[in-house]
Design a protein around this ligand. Structure first.
Ligand code: B12
Length: 252
């Protein structure tokens, strides 16, 4: 009997721990990038997205229909809510111009001063795949990677999206191998060979046929990968563990 109670208590503790972890996860950030077809990275930051209010506008006519001025509360963590929060404090990306003219959800016409002209349009990708629902009904999990991309033309296929994978920290100044992948619209990844990898503003070199390149890390650095005609990668930071500890020791 005692064993039965002990098992019951253990099971309860496990469930409670699982729930605590799940609720922590909900507060964990998603990664939001806003990029245009000229290759400008307008935002790349983690966001703790939660219930968010967004404006709608009678001037949001990019999809046609008859939108109206108002606002909508987006419950939970959505790709549109994440965009709204990621652009806080970035004057050129505010406000969002959103249409509510369609019963299946909100559409993004403009992100601040980035308003599509001609055949341009704002596309939404999550974890490399084109979303099949609008931003307000695309729900996110902790750690998801959201890309809002101002594409040059809806008549041409969307360019592949680069992703740079690097260790978050290295223990000492060293040569470090990073990898670059290219995702198509369906989220299928392939090695991105011939991609240029920049360490800060400096070109470190070009990836090999497996998408890899070795870079020298002597301090905390920020990397980005670019390739003509493709969507530039996330900005990836590699921290130098030693330096962080030394700095902490000096400050302490
Ligand atoms: C053409 C099209 C587009 C074009 C529209 C512009 C143009 N000049 O043609 C472009 C490429 C811009 C587009 C974009 C997107 N689209 Co679209 N699109 C369509 C498509 C294939 C045809 C629409 C159409 O012409 N209907 C005929 C006309 C006469 O009817 P209409 O009501 O006036 O059509 C308008 C609306 O559909 C509106 N529209 C189109 N897409 C979307 C998406 C959202 C979220 C909203 C609010 C409005 C909207 O634009 C149309 C014409 O201007 C439909 C699929 C379908 N067969 O309906 C998908 C469809 C409407 N799109 C869809 C989606 C998901 C998107 C994107 C979110 C994709 C993405 N991952 O980025 C984006 C919108 C992102 C944003 N900025 O908010 C979904 C919507 C599903 C849902 N329940 O949310 C559909 C149903 C496709 C699907 N997955 O099955 N789209």
């Amino acid at each position: 009997m005692n064993r039965f109670i002990a098992a019951l208590v253990a099971a309860f503790v496990l469930v409670a721990a699982g729930q605590a972890e799940a609720s922590t996860d909900r507060k964990a950030p998603v990664e939001v990038r806003v990029v245009n077809w000229k290759g400008e990275i307008l935002v790349d930051r983690p966001v703790v997205a939660q219930t968010t209010s967004v404006p709608t506008s009678s001037k949001a006519l990019c999809f046609g229909g008859t939108p109206s001025d108002g606002s909508k509360i987006l419950a939970g963590t959505t790709a549109l809510g994440a965009l709204q929060r990621a652009t806080v404090g970035v004057a050129e990306l505010r406000p969002l111009l959103l249409t509510n003219a369609f019963d299946f959800g909100l559409g993004v016409c403009a992100v601040g001063r980035y308003a599509p002209e001609g055949e341009e349009w704002w596309a939404l990708k999550v974890n490399g795949s084109l979303a099949t629902t609008g931003g307000d009904s695309t729900f996110l999990e902790a750690g998801d990677r959201v890309l809002w991309y101002l594409d040059q033309s809806y008549s041409a296929p969307l360019p592949d999206e680069l992703r740079l994978i690097a260790p978050a920290t290295v223990r000492r100044a060293s040569l470090t191998t990073v990898r670059v992948l290219a995702y198509d619209g369906e989220g299928k990844a392939r090695p991105a060979s011939g991609a240029k990898v920049f360490v800060g503003p400096v070109l470190a070199g070009v990836t090999d046929s497996s998408g890899r390149i070795t870079v020298r890390v002597t301090s905390t650095v920020r990397l980005v990968a670019r390739s003509a005609g493709l969507i530039p990668s996330n900005r990836s930071v590699i921290e130098l563990g030693n330096q962080t500890r030394q700095q902490a020791a000096r400050q302490g």
